[in-house]
Write a protein that binds this ligand. Structure first.
Ligand SMILES: Nc1nc2c(ncn2[C@@H]2O[C@H](COP(=O)(O)OP(=O)(O)OP(=O)(O)O)[C@@H](O)[C@H]2O)c(=O)[nH]1
Ligand SMILES: [Mg+2]
Length: 299
């Protein structure tokens, strides 16, 4: 009997949803940073073996939006609850349960889908803290399973996958067995550039960044020539992103090219153009341009 199903991974920003997804897949398909609101699109990944196909959805962290981009992100995450077989709610035992978590749990009460509570980052926490958080959350919601894990070192992740499988209905193989994700290479390349910017820049600068891949072509020698446009919101931000004598942009380009080479398994020549688009995060036309599209994602 073949089992399959859709599993969404939700939670507040920065709890480690994308790290967990990458660990499960054994491959880096979703970008990760220590800044909240790293993930902006729903990213589907597919894990297939002889008996199961699990289709995961990594979602943006649910937060109180302050601009149209944030509204779009939160809507993607909350829409992901609807057509799934299992919901993985990720929380951090070292962060107090807040209004954000209660808001999410309220929404989950109305739908009849099993929910697992995954307490992540236990490598950074204490047994008491985990036990206490577990108690606080259980008082608010009837979770089907509660699993403390570390997505960073993989502790208990195998157990989590087993429990996921147990909760899958009988079903078809939705996707070909060698398909890992529904997002295109070009999208992942843009995300890698954005990840390096997120990691290297600070304060409000990285949150106002969008990346669009202008062109990506492989020449006769197998080298990928990639041109990326990196958009920011202010002239002052552009200066920071380029840095003194171009030093920051050089770093972003170097680290991004290294990761893109790993992804494409070939040499990469990356050129990044920094451009200013004032307040794009509140501009419906530009949001659409940058791929934050209603009804359609990741293309
Ligand atoms: N120590 C520790 N750090 C972790 C663990 N899981 C994730 N992190 C770190 O937590 C930070 C956030 O991780 P992400 O995977 O980007 O979190 P996210 O929930 O996807 O965040 P958003 O996309 O912003 O909603 C990164 O710096 C990760 O390296 C863990 O198990 N242990
Ligand atoms: Mg994420």
């Amino acid at each position: 009997m073949f089992k399959s199903g859709f599993i969404t991974i939700i939670g507040r920003p920065n709890v480690g949803k994308s790290t967990l997804l990458n660990y499960i897949m054994g491959e880096k398909l979703s970008i990760v940073s220590n800044k909240p609101q790293t993930t902006r699109n729903n990213i589907q990944t597919i894990l297939t073996d002889k008996e199961y196909q699990l289709v995961f959805v990594d979602t943006p962290g649910i937060h109180k939006p302050r601009h149209m981009l944030g509204e779009y992100m939160v809507k993607l995450a909350t829409d992901s609850f609807k057509d799934v077989d299992l919901i993985i709610f990720v929380a951090n035992p070292d962060v107090e349960m807040g209004r954000g978590d209660e808001y999410i749990l309220e929404q989950l009460k109305d739908i009849n889908i099993p929910v697992f509570l995954v307490l992540n980052k236990i490598d950074e926490s204490t047994g008491e803290r985990v036990a206490e958080t577990l108690k606080n959350y259980s008082a608010k919601f009837d979770f089907k399973e509660i699993i403390p894990i570390s997505a960073a070192n993989g502790k208990n992740v195998d157990k989590l996958i087993e429990l996921m499988k147990e909760n899958m209905p009988e079903g078809p193989q939705y996707y070909p067995e060698d398909m890992l994700t529904d997002v295109q290479e070009r999208f992942v390349v843009g995300e890698i550039v954005r990840e390096k910017a997120l990691r290297l820049l600070s304060e409000e600068v990285p949150h106002g960044i969008a990346v669009d891949i202008g062109s990506m072509k492989q020449n006769d020698k197998g080298v990928y020539k990639i041109e990326a446009n990196l958009y920011c919101e202010k002239d002052s931000h552009k200066g920071i992103i380029i840095g003194k004598e171009g030093s920051m942009l050089k770093k972003i380009t170097k680290y991004a090219a290294q990761d893109i080479e790993k992804l494409l398994q070939d040499r990469v020549k990356l050129k990044i153009w920094v451009k200013v688009k004032k307040e794009w995060r509140d501009n419906p036309f530009l949001l659409n341009e940058f791929g934050y599209k209603k009804n359609k994602n990741n293309n």
